[in-house]
Design a protein around this ligand. Structure first.
Ligand code: LRH
Ligand code: MN
Length: 400
């Protein structure tokens, strides 16, 4: 009897519909970020890695390798202008030839010098016009790439009290997003990402879930909130925010990563796997379809493709464990106020070694039973290092 046979037998004895769990796992779709394969660093340094992708086409090649090995990473989120090309049809073709589709489009309004004091919230109407025009351009880019989502994050904020009028900035933000929402093509949705701080260190214009939710409710039904796991104050109960936004039907998606201190953008599940499990418990316990599941990470010292592969595996395992929660036992314990029986129902699922189940599902998808081992055995890293040539240590900054 294989590890899988033992596990499946035990789960069936426990009343679990193993086939349903495997079907749900096989249907999981993760979006990996093009920028997660490229150079990234901190303000101190960016260490280029051998085999670094030199353009968006090679970033897609690395994403295809992640999907080949994991079976559940068929989409790639893009960032503009980091991923800008003259021929969008060629880019779309390059992706589909590799079994990929283009995921969310992320407009970049945080690097252009004109946006020092803000983009759509900037005091100067000309700067706001420029920023809004970039957002409108990204609607068109998404249409040409077959993308169905605009994923909006604004670095907009202030560093000192008195630097700008907080209410004035709010009105400017709503005015610009109102124009964008009015132009939103029917097949696209708007994802609004919030972040507590950085690069702004006094007031961020979209600082928390409530601020983002209010904006979405003002815009319309196709505007939902995006939860980046690294964008909260220490101690924030993220799974509770997920539950609340889901209940309001305003949970549009995630940027999965992990943090110990601030927006560390580490591998999802590498610091707090229990939190990730609890987030998936809220998703698996909801009767709504899964929202967009995107990874948003910066692999500053670790091998980038392997980091992405491990991230997808961690997400598969967190979802598998959440699908194994005995919902009847949990509800019964909660109804009778049996605190630790309720907690125990979650611990039972969390403590289940789901690796044999995930391996079997991946094999069924003609992916690797052990993707990380598969990547190392494939020689992919050495091959791209050979093909893509030399690297260098460059000053701070990232994304390309
Ligand atoms: C901001 C953020 C945002 C992206 C960027 C790469 O911290 O999470 O989602 O645009 O990282
Ligand atoms: Mn993010």
């Amino acid at each position: 009897m294989t590890d899988y046979d033992h596990l499946a037998a035990r789960l069936r004895d426990g009343g679990h519909d193993v086939d349903a769990v495997e079907q749900a796992l096989a249907a999981l779709e993760i979006e990996t970020p093009s920028w997660g394969y490229g150079d990234s660093g901190t303000r101190f340094a960016t260490f280029q890695q051998p085999g670094r992708p030199r353009d968006v086409f090679e970033r897609l090649d690395d994403a295809a390798e992640t999907h080949r090995l994991t079976g559940t990473a068929p989409a790639v989120a893009l960032h503009f202008p980091w991923d800008a090309v003259d021929d969008l049809a060629a880019l779309r073709g390059h992706a589909s030839e590799r079994g990929l589709r283009i995921g969310a489009v992320n407009p970049n309004l945080f690097q252009d010098p004109d946006y020092k004091l803000g983009s759509i919230t900037h005091p100067d109407a000309r700067v706001r016009r420029k920023a809004t025009d970039h957002l409108l351009e990204c609607l068109q880019i998404a249409t040409e790439l077959g993308s169905t989502a605009q994923s909006l994050w604004f670095a907009d904020g202030t560093n000192y009290p008195g630097q700008d009028d907080l209410v004035g900035r709010r009105r400017r933000l709503l005015e610009a997003l109102g124009e964008v929402y009015a132009a939103l093509p029917g097949e696209q949705e708007l994802l609004v990402e919030y972040k507590l701080f950085e690069p702004a260190f006094y007031a961020t214009d979209l600082a928390d879930w409530g601020s983002a939710l209010l904006v979405c409710q003002k815009l319309g039904e196709r505007a939902r909130v995006l939860v980046d796991l690294g964008h909260h104050a220490q101690g924030t109960n993220v799974e509770q925010i997920v539950a609340l936004l889901g209940e309001e039907d305003r949970l549009g998606g995630f940027h999965f990563n992990n943090r110990k201190y601030a927006d560390d953008d580490l591998i999802v599940g590498s610091v707090n796997p229990f939190e990730l499990f609890l987030i998936f418990c809220e998703l698996a316990g909801s009767d709504r379809p899964l929202p967009r599941l995107t990874i948003d990470q910066a692999h500053n010292v670790e091998a980038k493709v392997e980091a992405m592969v491990l991230s997808v595996v961690n997400l598969q395992e967190a979802y598998a464990k959440a699908l194994l929660v005995d919902r009847e036992a949990l509800a019964a314990a909660q109804a009778r106020g049996d605190v630790l029986a309720g907690h125990g129902a979650l611990l039972d699922a969390y403590r289940t070694d789901v690796r044999p189940l995930c391996a079997k599902v991946r094999a069924g998808l003609r992916a690797a039973e052990d993707p990380v081992a598969g990547l190392r055995a494939s020689g992919y890293a050495a091959r791209i290092a050979e093909e893509r040539g030399a690297t260098a240590a460059v000053a701070g900054g990232w994304g390309r």
